[in-house]
Structure formats: C-alpha cells, structure tokens
Ligand binder design. Sequence first.
Ligand code: ADP
Ligand code: MG
Length: 219
Amino acid sequence: MSILIRANALSKSYGQLKVIDNVSVEIEAGKLIAIVGPSGAGKSTLLNLLGSLDKPDSGEVFFEGVSYKSLSEKKLAELKNRNIGFVFQFHHLLPEFTAVENVAIPAMIAGTSRKKAEELAENLLDKVGMAHRLSHKPSELSGGEQQRVAIARALINSPKIVMADEPTGNLDSKNAGQISQLFQDLCSELGITFLIVTHNDNLAALASRVISLRDGKIV
Ligand code: ADP
Ligand code: MG
C-alpha cells in the first residue's frame, strides 16, 4: 500500500486556540477517505494543511515523500496544480463562463491548448453526468449540477488526489446521495484518492476509512 500524503505532528493555533493539536496521519493512495467530526473540530484546517493551502505552526506534510516546506512558492503551486484537485462546499465556479469553460480553465493554466482542454472537459462532464449541460452557465444549473461541474474541474489535470470540504453540505439529501455515489464511482474507476470532509453519514459510510477529529485531535 503506498502512502500519498504523510503528516507529521502538525499543530496550528489561532491566537490562544489550538485548532490542530499534534496530528500525525497517513493518506493512502487510491482510497476514499472521510474526515468527520463536529463543527469547529478543525476538519477544514486539517484539510487545508494536507493540501498545502495553509501552513502549520509546527510539524510537516510530505506529498509522495516531498515536504511542502522544502519547496519554493512556485514549485509548491506547480505540485498543487498538477496533483491536487479541490472541491468546496460552495462550488466557486466562475459565473460568466460555461460549464465546459469552467472545467477547462485549470488545464489551460497548466499549459494545455484551449481545444484540447475543452475536449478533456467535455469527456469529464460526460463522466459526471453533465453531458447535456455543457454550455450552461453556473446560474443556469441546480446546486447538484454545479457541484458535478466543480468535481469535473477538480479532475481536469488528472490529479493524484481530490480534496473536498463538505461537498454535499449545501445539497438536499437526494442530490447529496447522488454526489456521494459519484465520488465512490470515480474513486474506483480512476484509482484517484478522495479525501472528503463530510457531515453526511451516507458519504462517510461509503468511505474505506474514516478519520474522526475532535478538538483538533484524531480520536
Ligand atoms: P471545522 O471545519 O471542523 O468546522 P475549522 O477547521 O474550520 O473547523 O475551524 C476550527 C476552529 O478554528 C474553529 O473554532 C474556528 O472558529 C477556528 N478558526 C478557523 N479559521 C480561523 C481563522 N482564520 N482565524 C481564527 N480562528 C479560526
Ligand atoms: Mg469546515
């Protein structure tokens, strides 16, 4: 079993508040892993540290054995763009662009031609069940559809891991169930790791491993 991300004794405080308290964890490649815990437990903070969106006060995170700390800002941005896809609770799609364009943009940023990027985007939108909504803008899509587009966007650069922070938190239970199933299908089909912060019991039940966080510690 190969380890994709290894975190060593991470701590992070905001003022007096210790939000992440000496957390060490390994994220295996190819698995669907859920992070659960009450609101304020430090789930988002931990995910951001593991995804290099935030820096710990102490401790270290290694991605395939390479410490984020050892990389320049530029190298770190490259590693992130190439290897990590992010999905948030609110989709963060660009309102003035179509579904295809929203999905294609990260590939174009990574240097893929517009034509190739849009081809890839169409294939991924098909995979997430959105082939019939390619030219719709975010405001013309339902919440579940917007989240599907955001998932396709997270996959466009063939990342090794997709990190999602409460991706079903804004959806009704039917759509939440469908999106949870989609994560599991994509995980087995693409062999990509999915690390998902969730309050959704169904999504946690589909995970091959559940990490429980409470008061900044793994319990
Ligand atoms: P969770 O995602 O589990 O709900 P978070 O990781 O978002 O928890 O936050 C953990 C704790 O840290 C919360 O008490 C929150 O209020 C606090 N916190 C998060 N971000 C900041 C920040 N930028 N400044 C101050 N406190 C913060
Ligand atoms: Mg959170």
